[in-house]
Write a protein that binds this ligand. Structure first.
Ligand code: SF4
Length: 464
């Protein structure tokens, strides 16, 4: 089987020159950038808000044990069952166990990247359950049997025409590609499923320690229906999603909306603190919260990159990343794409297999500059590269750098090398594009600029 690195290169080579793909992404990003910048201006002091958000997450992550304990105790006091999942398999087993106990066969699910992370849908389907994604974008990619393309916009790579075609092929519905019609098709299917569902599974955006509540922010109301209609609600949430206080949401909800979708606030913001209480008219009879580690504590133990746990999954770093915009979300081959994905995936899934993601970066720093919680993303990519090369340096790279260091440290050799290179480049045109071209990996997609006719040393000597 091809390695993840090889698959990445093959897919990147295929997608990057695809002008149609580029056009769809650029159009979507341009619209996003305009509204995002408007919303940032609604903050009285955007740099101050970023600083406060970074400090709040720093406190939360650096005292994670205490806040998680407080969060769990507060939830349990209102009758919620809290489960701790060390890894993906444990997460799946806990949820399948709950579903078996309830004899649940029809499951509605709202957007949860943690569920993608532990491949929960496949596990539930293998156990004989029918699983329906209720977020519109997720519903579309589920019908197409594709993974989500983006953290926030799962079907961003599709045109309205393609969505209409998918609905016609899979549901025999959709008479036009008007957004209202397409949303209507999904609504007709989903409304029936909410009523039939035995259990609802959600993710969560934040876990509030001092009140013991989860916060879900969304635009379609689907997470609300997923949580409220079935008798059993299960929330799968990464342990890093903790915020210390309820009042922190006053900053984080508008910040996530501004950077995620360019809105002042998303359409629906809901807090869940437990199952339905005797004096309440709706809500689930049973509420389970599954707290997922799955290597997050390994990242917590890494003082250099711990701040990657501050991520609020707004997707803003993906949107500004020139690599993501060219190679697209599916090329990453992992749940979390873009700069944040390239930083955390080697921690979550192994450095050896996933270090190539950190190499696929121009290190322009646009991700770090945009991140609302000030994660030092591009330096973390560099650190991953360093860790990767320490782990198992590639032989030819070691040799090439040793040779370069030896030549660069000796002026006479450097002078000789530049003369040889200048002479040799006259013949490069003959070899260009052939297997004998030593620079073919470079010249395949870029120009090789000619060396100047005179070096600085020669110019200086001449002037003297
Ligand atoms: S790393 Fe920052 S910009 Fe990227 S998704 Fe996370 S919070 Fe958003």
């Amino acid at each position: 089987m091809a390695s993840h690195a090889k698959l990445f290169r093959t897919d990147a080579d295929r997608v990057a020159p695809d002008l149609r793909h580029r056009d769809i992404i650029q159009t979507a990003m341009h619209k996003y950038e305009v509204v995002r910048d408007q919303r940032k201006m609604w903050f009285q002091d955007w740099p101050g808000a970023r600083q406060l958000a970074a400090e709040t997450k720093w406190v939360a992550v650096n005292h994670l044990d205490g806040f998680l304990d407080q969060f769990a105790r507060n939830l349990e006091a209102r009758g919620t069952k809290v489960h701790w999942a060390g890894d993906a398999q444990q997460g799946r087993e806990i949820i399948l166990g709950i579903l078996r106990g309830k004899n649940a066969k029809v499951i509605v699910k709202s957007k949860a990247m943690t569920a993608e992370e532990i491949q929960l849908n496949e596990a539930m389907e293998n156990a004989g359950c029918e699983v329906i994604e209720s977020d519109l974008g997720e519903f579309i990619v589920q019908l197409r049997q594709e993974p989500p393309y983006h953290l926030v916009f799962p079907a961003m790579h599709l045109t309205r025409g393609e969505i209409k075609q998918t609905f016609q092929d899979k549901l025999n519905d959709a008479s036009s590609d008007e957004p209202e019609e397409l949303a209507g098709v999904a609504r007709r299917v989903l409304r029936r499923k909410y009523l039939q569902a035995d259990a609802g599974i959600t993710g969560a955006n934040f876990a509030i320690a001092d009140t013991g509540m989860i916060s879900i922010t969304e635009n379609e109301g689907n997470a609300r229906l997923t949580a409220a209609m079935p008798k059993t609600m299960i929330t799968l949430i990464g342990i890093e999603k903790v915020l210390p206080r309820l009042e922190d949401l006053a900053l984080f909800l508008p910040m996530l909306a501004a950077m995620g979708t360019g809105q002042p606030l998303t359409g629906y913001n809901t807090m869940y603190g437990g199952p339905r209480q005797p004096d309440e008219s709706d809500g689930p009879e049973e509420f389970h919260v599954v707290l997922l580690d799955n290597s997050r504590t390994l990242l917590l133990a890494d003082a250099e990159q711990r701040d990657a746990l501050h991520c609020i999954r707004c997707g803003a770093c993906l949107n500004v990343c020139p690599v993501f915009r060219n190679v697209g979300g599916h090329t990453y081959g992992t749940v979390y794409g873009g700069p944040i994905g390239s930083v955390i995936t080697p921690h979550l899934r192994g450095l050896t297999q996933w270090k190539h993601l950190s190499e696929a970066s121009s290190l322009c720093g646009a991700c770090t500059e945009t991140c609302p919680v000030k994660i030092d993303l591009h330096h973390h990519l560099l650190q991953n590269r360093r860790n990767g090369s320490r782990q198992k340096p590639v032989g030819w790279q070691k040799l090439a750098f040793a040779l370069f260091a030896a030549i660069a440290a000796r002026p006479a050799m450097w002078l000789l090398a530049t003369r040889v290179a200048r002479f040799g480049q006259r013949f490069h045109g003959l070899l260009k594009g052939t297997r004998l071209d030593p620079a073919r990996a470079w010249t395949k997609t870029r120009d090789l600029p000619p060396l100047p006719k005179q070096s600085f040393h020669e110019w200086w000597k001449e002037r003297k």
